[in-house]
Design a protein around this ligand. Structure first.
Ligand code: NAD
Length: 262
């Protein structure tokens, strides 16, 4: 793979990434650190966050956060600002899924997905936005989903929670635009992470298929002909955080290998 593009303006800026211990968040944090940014690896799994920070090295450090709890988000954000010496970028990436037919969904499925995916984005974005407005600059990138653009079978509750992320992202972008603060989202497709491994097993059982057949179906739906890697998403997040994306706000950028195109 080609060397990561260099955006010199990012060097020394401070980025807090939620859900950064693993998967897409870990790849985003790694890519931001490669631009010489100071990166906060914020995750509910603090041991995994520490391991990720150690693996990244440089100026990455771990933080405990539960994005569903306002007090925990405020503590983590304040701790990051103190340790890093500020905050310029918030990546609202933490997310969860469960999988069930819509007619079988439980209240717990609904509440869990909305608590992390939607309320988590609300809380982290709001607390970062207050800081960015006070300092007169800042940038937000959220991780939405392909399932934020098109309703995903067996993931109706997850889809609804991610459609909400895009609605929030668009509205917040319009409110913060006069202050020069940009708010965008990425919409990944079938990404090879722990979340995907869990979903493949659930989907195989629900559809009466083998896990291998489920994965083959994901690839068959993808015009570029392979599973997506976390790094495919990370490069786009770095671009959105860079000054090259200075005239982009309120966007939900598809990064799906062509699965979805509008
Ligand atoms: N994997 C995919 O195919 C895919 C596709 C589209 C969108 N996404 C989205 O990408 C994001 C990252 O997913 P992933 O695939 O890397 O999953 P993952 O399970 O590998 O990573 C998610 C991370 O979020 C953390 N987390 C969970 N609940 C949290 C909480 N309450 N507070 C803080 N951290 C919490 C987990 O500990 C984990 O480290 C999610 O928002 C997900 O919905 C994933």
């Amino acid at each position: 793979m080609a060397a990561a593009p260099s955006y010199p303006e990012l060097a020394g800026r401070k980025a807090l990434v939620t859900g950064a211990a693993s998967g897409i968040g870990r790849a985003i944090a790694t890519a931001l650190a490669a631009q010489d940014m100071i990166v906060g690896i914020a995750d509910i799994d603090v041991e995994a966050a520490r391991a990720t920070a150690t693996a990244i090295g440089g100026m990455a450090f771990a933080l405990a956060i539960d994005v569903t709890q306002r007090a925990r988000v405020e503590e983590a954000f304040a701790s990051f600002v103190t340790t890093a010496g500020g905050c310029d970028l918030l990546v609202g990436n933490a997310g969860v899924s469960t999988m069930r037919r819509a007619v079988d969904l439980t209240d717990d499925d609904w509440d869990f997905n909305f608590a992390v995916n939607t309320k988590g984005v609300f809380l982290t974005n709001q607390i970062a936005a207050r800081h960015f407005l006070a300092q007169g600059a800042g940038c937000i990138v959220n991780t939405a989903s392909l399932a934020a653009k098109v309703g995903a079978p067996l993931l109706a509750h997850y889809s609804a929670s991610k459609f909400a992320v895009l609605g929030w992202t668009q509205a917040l972008a319009r409110e913060l635009a006069p202050a020069g603060i940009r708010v965008n989202a990425v919409c990944p497709g079938f990404v090879r992470t722990g979340m995907q491994s869990r979903e493949v097993l659930w989907e195989a059982e629900l559809r009466g298929m083998t896990p291998q057949a489920v994965l083959a179906d994901y690839v068959a739906q993808t015009p570029l002909g392979r599973l997506e890697e976390p790094e495919d998403v990370a490069g786009v997040v770095v671009f959105l955080a860079s000054d090259q994306a200075r005239f982009m706000t309120g966007q939900g950028v598809n990064v799906t290998g062509g699965v979805y195109t509008t």
